[in-house]
Design a protein around this ligand. Structure first.
Ligand code: WTA
Length: 648
């Protein structure tokens, strides 16, 4: 097997982490397994601010999630902004809460905890003044500006439920989400900026709200001063509504199990589902994992360069770090602007100690050469994290050797929108690492590998990754559709939460995620459903049928491959492929594009009409010789045509 890397001394010295060695890791994991209630009650009472401290641990059961939903700390009450803001504003008001790294290097600013408290209170007052009430929903459609985090916290402070929609999504995607959650308010900005490119967020939001809509008001941050469409009586500038509001606000008391936010994510079938995270369990789990995995220290400058539109941004830019009173960086730009040294320039200027990014970015930057890295002083760095997709050992080694100069340790963190926080990862000062492995489960996470018959695999082996017992960060339901939640996650393997990932366990008990085993594809760490692509493609009038699969891509992890059956009389061309990508952009968003198109006479189907996706995958992966049994196909000649055909 591959090398084991011990924890560098620099990471082991001077930590306050409760887990500092494999012995303390094993005893925490045993405690969390044997007495999860006590383990998590102790943790939350110590590190989360409660109005009414809970006495109850978990209830509910994976065997019958529909009648017996999961709850944690159900008799507690709190407002999570008192954990994220108020206590730090009182204890260390002048500590920097948010370092804003604007698109143009050097034009950002810092926000202290005292200022964050004032601004969250102002925004909470403004949102209440606009009529937003506890339990009602607000869509946040923004770029990476501090107001995005302030808006999330302000919603939480009044007990409203936010749903952040990534700033790359289209008007159609926003409309779907507004409808699904019945949002009252949209919070957006005039334009987003990414590498000098302006994204007309407000105008896209306006398109989404055309016609009948539940949205009564739109709150707009002015970022660029660019032109926007404006609806009088509905639209309000942030600087007017928030800037003039009082800086005093008493947070609304919430039950532990009140929803904190909805985040839409893609699955195997249908439209994205609105996963619901609740207040008490989520904040407990994100602060715990953030503090332990990254080995957070008082003077750390922590930079997660994800986007708040995804779960990584929620849990590890906003909620986890702020609950821990950390200094968290918000990065507005892209890693290649003004050049491929941007991340390391950011590290040098802000003296970043913990840096967290996706393997795609590491691969893309490694391909640009080491000089972009070595040009900058990275001596402040101590812990380097990755998330979102499997990291190949070469990229891991480059991150470790070149970026971290072999002084830092790498935490490859496996988790999902559903898990709320990191579930399998090294704990920086404790866990020896192996390049490409997410290593060991967090205390309280009980991973199980099952074979396709649902039998538990013990010891080394490879199977479907499931989790055996609820943990506080688990998403509780799908908004408005608890049955779908039960069906998607708890019926494939009865009694277990099914992750959708395949995984190998080695002789040391280390976990190696092998990727999705369902119809979800992971492109540059962005999670997308093949069904969403297919339904968008068939909406184009040239297309009769579409079959979309992932294939290995050297930089993006996976690329998107589409087999297209055209309507009679239409012929495939480069121009049509471009047009179809525009359709995807319009219906899903800027991040949704097909890398390779193949126009085919038909899709391989069984006699009962089911598309044999296995065949589509094998051809896209360039392994047509491994098609396996095709005798159940209705028309085997389709396969010959697919194998012989060319890609555009
Ligand atoms: C994949 C992102 C391998 C996995 C936090 C998972 C990973 C999906 C890793 C969730 C990792 C995430 N190693 N694969 N370290 N981290 N994944 O919901 O397939 O956007 O199921 O959450 O990303 O994606 P999501």
């Amino acid at each position: 097997m591959s090398d084991v890397y011990p924890v560098p001394d620099r990471v082991r010295i001077g930590t306050n982490n409760p887990i500092t060695s494999m012995d303390t890791y094993r005893s925490a994991a045993a405690h969390a397994q044997n007495d999860p209630d006590q383990f998590w009650l102790d943790e939350t009472r110590r590190n989360v601010v409660w109005r009414t401290p809970p006495t109850l641990g978990v209830s509910g059961n994976f065997r019958n999630i529909v009648d017996s939903p999961i709850t944690w700390f159900a008799d507690g009450t709190l407002n999570i902004t008192e954990s994220c803001v108020d206590r730090h504003a009182a204890e260390h008001p002048n500590k920097v809460a948010i370092v804003w790294e604007s698109d143009t290097p050097g034009e950002g600013y810092n926000i202290t905890y005292k200022e964050l408290h004032q601004q969250v209170c102002q925004a909470a007052n403004a949102l209440s003044g606009m009529g937003l009430k506890k339990g009602e929903r607000a869509i946040i459609y923004m770029g990476m500006v501090p107001e995005a985090a302030i808006a999330m916290l302000a919603c939480a402070r009044i007990g409203a439920v936010h749903s952040v929609v990534f700033g790359g999504f289209s008007a159609e995607a926003i409309r779907d989400r507004v409808r699904d959650c019945g949002a009252e308010i949209v919070i957006t900005q005039d334009q987003g900026l990414r590498g000098t490119k302006a994204i007309p967020l407000k105008n896209i939001a306006d398109q989404a709200l055309q016609g009948e809509s539940s949205v009564k008001q739109v709150l707009v941050v002015q970022r660029t001063g660019g032109d926007v469409t404006w609806v009088d009586g509905r639209d309000v500038w942030w600087h007017d509504a928030v800037g003039n509001a009082s800086t005093e606000h008493t947070a609304v008391e919430c039950a532990a199990e009140d929803p904190l936010f909805i985040l839409y994510t893609s699955g195997s079938t249908g439209k994205p589902k609105g996963l619901v995270h609740t207040c008490g369990g989520y904040i407990t789990y994100t602060q715990y994992t953030h503090r332990t995995v990254f080995d957070l220290r008082d003077d750390d400058v922590y930079a997660c360069v994800a986007d708040v539109g995804w779960i990584t941004g929620h849990s590890y830019i906003v909620y986890g770090p702020l609950a821990n009173g950390a200094t968290t960086v918000m990065f507005e730009s892209v890693p290649t602007f003004p050049d491929a040294g941007r991340y390391w320039d950011l590290v040098e200027r802000h003296k970043v100690t913990i840096f967290y990014t996706a393997p795609t970015a590491i691969r893309a930057l490694a391909a640009q050469g080491d000089a972009f890295v070595t040009k900058y002083d990275r001596s402040s760095l101590r812990v380097l994290g990755t998330v979102g997709e499997p990291i190949n050992p070469d990229a891991w080694e480059w991150y470790y050797n070149v970026v971290g100069e072999r002084r830092c340790n790498i935490v490859d963190t496996w988790w999902q929108t559903e898990t709320g926080g990191i579930a399998i990862a090294p704990i920086a000062p404790a866990t020896p690492t192996k390049p490409g492995s997410a290593t060991l489960p967090m205390p309280g996470i009980l991973p199980v590998l099952l074979d396709t018959d649902g039998e538990r695999i013990t010891g080394p082996g490879e199977g479907r990754l499931c989790i055996d017992h609820p943990w506080p960060g688990l998403a509780r339901t799908v908004w408005g559709d608890h049955d779908r939640y039960g069906a998607v996650y708890f019926t494939t393997f009865r009694g277990y939460y099914f992750t959708g990932d395949g995984c190998r366990r080695d002789a040391d008990g280390y976990y190696w995620i092998t990727g999705r085993v369902d119809d979800v594809i992971n492109v540059s760490g962005h999670r997308m459903g093949t069904a969403e692509f297919e339904s968008a493609l068939v909406s184009d009038e040239s297309v009769a049928e579409a079959g979309v699969v992932g294939y290995p891509h050297p930089i993006k992890g996976q690329g998107v491959y589409a087999y297209i059956v055209l309507q009679p009389g239409v012929t495939g061309s480069e121009a049509l492929a471009k047009e179809l990508n525009l359709t995807l952009r319009r219906l899903i968003g800027a991040h949704a594009r097909v890398d390779l198109y193949q126009f085919v006479p038909g899709l391989p189907k069984t006699r009962s009409g089911k598309v044999m996706r296995r065949i589509l995958r094998k051809v896209a992966e360039g392994e047509p010789e491994k098609l396996g049994d095709i005798s159940t196909l209705a028309d085997p000649s389709v396969v010959e045509a697919i194998v012989a055909g060319c890609k555009l």
